[in-house]
Ligand binder design. Sequence first.
Ligand SMILES: Nc1c(NC[C@H](O)[C@H](O)[C@H](O)CO)[nH]c(=O)[nH]c1=O
Ligand SMILES: CC(=O)[C@@H](O)COP(=O)(O)O
Length: 234
Amino acid sequence: MALSISTSCIIPDLQSHLGFLHHDGQHHSSGGSNILHLQNAPKSPRSLSFLLSVRASEVKPHTAVQSKGRASVSVTAAVRHLTGSVIRAHGLRFAVVAARFNEIVTKQLLEGALGTFKNYSVQDEDIDVVWVPGSFEIGVVAERLGKSGKYHAILCIGAVIRGDTTHYDAVANSAASGVLSAGLNSGVPCIFGVLTCDNMDQALNRAGGKSGNKGAEAALTAIEMASLFEHHLK
Ligand SMILES: Nc1c(NC[C@H](O)[C@H](O)[C@H](O)CO)[nH]c(=O)[nH]c1=O
Ligand SMILES: CC(=O)[C@@H](O)COP(=O)(O)O
């Protein structure tokens, strides 16, 4: 159960007087409750009679109590939120692994990705594009690039479009698991920008058509993840 301390005056011997105020307003010496009141025995010469109302609905971790003379001040460390920043892309290096299969689609995905990199101040000299035959080959290359230590993130681009057989499932699933494994094995964010579509129209709509450009979107994800790792997780 989490507790947060809204005000605090804690005297060492208070610990023996910890009690709980149940929702019925009765003071109980133990048991669960949604409110914790710390009340010192009024007779103790060293103690102050005060109530410390502690909401039991939450506690922020790392709550510390600093004593200053007889008074104490509780210092609750704020919860830290770590997020990659898309406006801190300068100096970050990226590799793009692009599949040639369905090139009419993947070229447009790549164009969208490079446009995003440019718009977010990634320098051309900080981008390497590596071409592979098809989406099935993306994973092994992404892992090699990740392990090279040269890049902050690897963006993987492809277009798997269903045909007449179940080959689609094998390629699509292999591409996804390959990119996932590359990231996990290399420790470098590998971003899945591979379309898996039932037909060419769906693919073209997502490569700069009415559904946007998934390559551009994936590039933004690559920037955020690269920043998160570089600026917060080192
Ligand atoms: N059908 C699609 C493929 N097939 C090729 C595979 O990716 C792979 O290159 C081949 O199996 C040899 O290992 N690739 C795509 O990217 N998209 C497709 O729709
Ligand atoms: C995703 C594929 O491998 C697919 O394009 C191949 O087409 P088919 O299933 O007709 O051989």
